[in-house]
Ligand binder design. Sequence first.
Ligand code: GLN
Length: 381
Amino acid sequence: MNSIYASLGTTVFETMSRLAAEKGAVNLGQGFPEEDGPRDILEAAARATLEGPNQYPPMRGLPALREAVATHYMEHQQIELDWQREVTITSGATEAIAAALLAFLEPGDEVVLFEPMYDAYLPMVRRAGGVPRIVRLQPRHWRIEREALAAVFTDKTRVVVINTPHNPCASVMTRGELELIAEFCRGHDAICVSDEVWEHVTFDGVQHVSMLEVLRDRTLKIGSAGKMFSLTGWKVGFACGAPALTEQFAKAHQFLTFTTPPNLQRAVTYALGKERDYFDDMRASFQRSRDRLVSALTAGGFVTLPARGAYFVSIDLTVSGIAMSDVDFARHAIEHGVATIPLSGFYAENGPRNLVRLCFAKRDETLDRGAEALIRAKRSA
Ligand code: GLN
């Protein structure tokens, strides 16, 4: 059987959520909001289900949804998209990334990745025949530097996968960083697959800049309704990019999932039209949760890294006075009643062992119980 999958374990998110459920621990591990998104969106999905049709929608997605995606990005990011030629609806962002890699890579092509990276990227790149060329980013700010790019781009580079806002780093790329990557993509005739699923989740006034603004003809931008509307289980994603990229992308998509549930597509069409206030309130509410968790942890002697985007914050164990590795501390913390995600799983190999990620998209009471459990775990670490 395929050796790439044979050598893999189960994803850390699934493992930690299962352990949390088994042990009755507070789940600050896997990234999902504790509360489902707005009632009116759920009702739109219920109505769409009952009214139908529930048969195969068009392969690239419902026209109304593709149009709504284009309108949304014009309003929120001033990006002009031709919905007929530049937008595809996918079954979640992970499917979009898989389809992009399958569509754009030939075996042996090099793919530039930045670590830590979302755990799905590396196996998908390898399975698509890509040869990973990895830039390691450094805490606390995880900045992208010219020398690091110069060291990994070669004449074999075909694709660069970026993620902004970043999971798990919670950093947000600046326009300058995007321009730097764009310069290397142009210079090496490479395509940028830009995972922007956290685009609406930024804090402290930080603005998300889309790679599509900076590198219009060579970027496939990936978005996620699950992240925008706190409905992560819906798995409705958007892939947006120039006609030539979209054309090729759709060929891979049509034989992966072919299409995405039409009732959910109709509900997301409705959701994308939400007022700007909805997005502002969501950001403000996640920011309050971040602040609540971080201040409880700080009071308990923990040191955290900056969290400027996505609903995650990481603890630096070493600086917090904990000698255990991230994996050991995560096991220990579960016993004290809280699930976390060790960051070493986001590295190809030999990642730092002193960082654990927490998801703060939770109710106040859950955050408080999580922080108390972490503090108990720290005392006996
Ligand atoms: N994106 C989620 C996270 O980072 C995990 C999604 C999943 O479990 N596949 O925690």
